[in-house]
Design a protein around this ligand. Structure first.
Ligand code: HXC
Length: 512
């Protein structure tokens, strides 16, 4: 029963007006574009009845607009019982464009997330800076970006692009930890197709310029891509199960009972007999981590390296694995960028790191050199070296040269470095080494091919194997592949309380 006194009449009539705003044909426009409304999205993302809205009744800077909310719904709720802050842009109001008040609302939930130590999730569907508000909307973006940076490494920040993210709308996602996109309906670009046409006389569609496929496979901007919004929001929920709520906590420990991976006993057979042949490293990963626990990050980008989360005995680990089935698992610019960023995320949020290594080296060539593989490769060196979380490497097969060093080698700070008997560790691969070391003998030989084959075999037996590294202590133990999971659970268990103090400094100078 409603109280009929004047203050309450006003209170209820405002609520009624707010509801009317979301009634009528409110959902038609979004649905006709294959998109959900802001409220439907909140319902899908949060636990039932857990959402509390903040600032529902704020009005735009232009007070002549008699409408509530200024195009963004903000508040807090829970996902699987864990508190999160959210902001959800409403494309129905001026294309979700960011006005000053709209920005102030987002900043308020950003401040709450940071102060209270909860993850923040932004659902973005926006035409960028609100053109009518001029400099005020730009100032609004600046305030959001500043808070994104202040929160970086303190609370997980997740951006879900569910429509356009144009102009200023792209930079907050870029400053957050993960970006989700939906095929065909999400588009991210700094300048749209129209401007591209005017400035460069280049015809390009929304999809070709900044669609989900482009950003997940080519630019690497999008970490997760789904075919519809429902699955996308389920993906966000899944990601959260691997993350702590802030940098002072550890990731959640799962309580699943059936965790033994399937087909573990044939793990060594995943590697082909011929060490020059490719295989899929995810076939190794799923035989090591808890059953069904592997969750890949940036699956479509730089596929020569695999990054993702998994669990070992219900404890979360971040996995970085060379992928021999793509470009033989070599490290190139994009793979270095992708892995470095992932390592830094894990380190910021107390997620132990597991490296599975089978990498023949850095990618050679003018393209790579001219585009600064030197600096990008150094990012990965920097990231591993700087990380203080527990770090374990298992060398499965190739570990040559600089690539051996970079992938969390012992001398770079690996806490435990294991190798399978199939590991090949040396300054360079057998073919290259033999050509340099035995150039004269090969030139003088009656049958150079036969001699080369013999020398390659000798090199593999005498130099490129894990036993020499084990004898020198660069490898802690050469292990039977079938024991990998057991050894890792035990080693990560020992490292559980790892603590490393650093010399105070303002910040390092990562090779950006
Ligand atoms: C004000 C905007 C707007 C904006 C869209 N609208 N973008 N209003 N400011 N930035 C309004 C439209 O006028 C329209 O109003 C309604 O939102 C829906 O837009 P449509 O164009 O009808 O929708 P759609 O066809 O789906 O196209 C969406 C769109 C397009 C791709 C986002 O609207 C567009 O290109 N907008 C401009 C994008 C842009 O260039 N933004 C950059 C701003 S500069 P009505 O009343 O007709 O329904 C910027 C700089 C910041 O952001 C830099 C910081 C680093």
């Amino acid at each position: 029963m409603q109280d009929n006194r004047l203050p309450y009449r006003k209170f209820y009539s405002r609520k009624e007006k707010l509801e009317q705003q979301y009634g009528g044909d409110y959902s038609t426009k979004q649905h006709s574009k294959g998109k959900l409304t802001a409220r439907e999205r909140i319902e899908l993302l949060l636990d039932e009845d857990s959402f509390h809205e903040i600032d529902a009744f704020v009005k735009p800077l232009d007070q002549s607009q008699d409408i509530f909310g200024d195009g963004v719904i903000c508040g807090y709720g829970t996902i699987s019982g864990r508190k999160v802050l959210i902001y959800v842009q409403d494309f129905n109001f001026m294309g979700g464009s960011l006005g000053y008040v709209h920005a102030t609302k987002i900043q308020k939930v950003q401040d709450l997330a940071l102060k209270m130590g909860h993850p923040i999730i932004g659902l973005i569907d926006s035409g960028g800076a609100r053109i009518q508000e001029g400099i005020a909307s730009l100032a609004g973006y600046a305030g959001i970006f500043k808070r994104n940076v202040a929160s970086s490494g303190v609370v997980p920040q997740i951006s879900v692009i569910l429509g356009p993210a144009a102009g200023g709308a792209v930079y907050s996602p870029a400053l957050t930890d993960f970006r989700f996109m939906v095929k065909n309906t999400s588009h991210m670009f700094v300048t749209g197709p129209q401007i591209v046409k005017e400035v460069l006389n280049e015809e390009v569609s929304f999809e070709e310029l900044g669609g989900a496929d482009v950003h997940s496979a080519t630019s690497g901007v999008a970490d997760f891509v789904y075919s519809d919004e429902e699955h996308c929001l389920l993906g966000v929920k899944k990601l959260l199960t691997y993350l702590p709520s802030n940098n002072m906590e550890h990731p959640p420990v799962s309580s699943v009972e059936e965790i033994e991976p399937l087909k573990m006993n044939n793990i060594s057979l995943v590697l082909p007999e011929d060490s020059g042949k490719p295989y899929d490293v995810t076939d190794i990963i799923i035989r090591i981590v808890d059953r069904n626990s592997f969750f890949e990050v940036a699956e479509n980008f730089a596929q020569n390296i695999v990054t993702g989360f998994g669990r070992l005995d219900n404890q979360v680990v971040g996995i970085i694995a060379s992928q021999p089935k793509v470009m033989a698992g070599t490290l190139d610019i994009n793979a270095s960028r992708k892995a470095a960023r992932f390592v830094r995320f894990c380190d910021a949020y107390n997620i132990p790191i597991l490296v599975l290594e089978d990498v023949p080296g850095f990618m050679p060539g003018t393209d790579q050199e001219h585009n600064a593989i030197i600096m990008h490769g150094a990012k990965l060196l920097y990231a591993f070296s700087e990380a203080t979380v527990p770090k374990i490497t298992v060398i499965l097969r190739k570990a040559y040269g600089g690539a051996y060093i970079v992938m969390n080698s012992k001398s770079m700070g690996g806490d435990f470095n294991f190798a399978w008997p199939t590991a090949e560790m040396a300054v360079m691969g057998p073919e290259g080494a033999v050509k340099i070391l035995n150039r004269r003998e090969l030139a003088d030989a009656d049958d150079p091919e036969a001699l080369k084959n013999k020398l390659v075999q000798d090199y593999k037996e005498q130099i490129a194997n894990p036993f020499i590294a084990e004898e020198k202590g660069f490898i802690d133990e050469v292990i039977d592949p079938v024991d990998t999971r057991r050894v890792l659970i035990s080693a990560f268990g020992l490292l559980e309380n790892k603590y490393e103090e650093k010399v105070p400094r303002k910040h390092g100078n990562i090779p950006l």
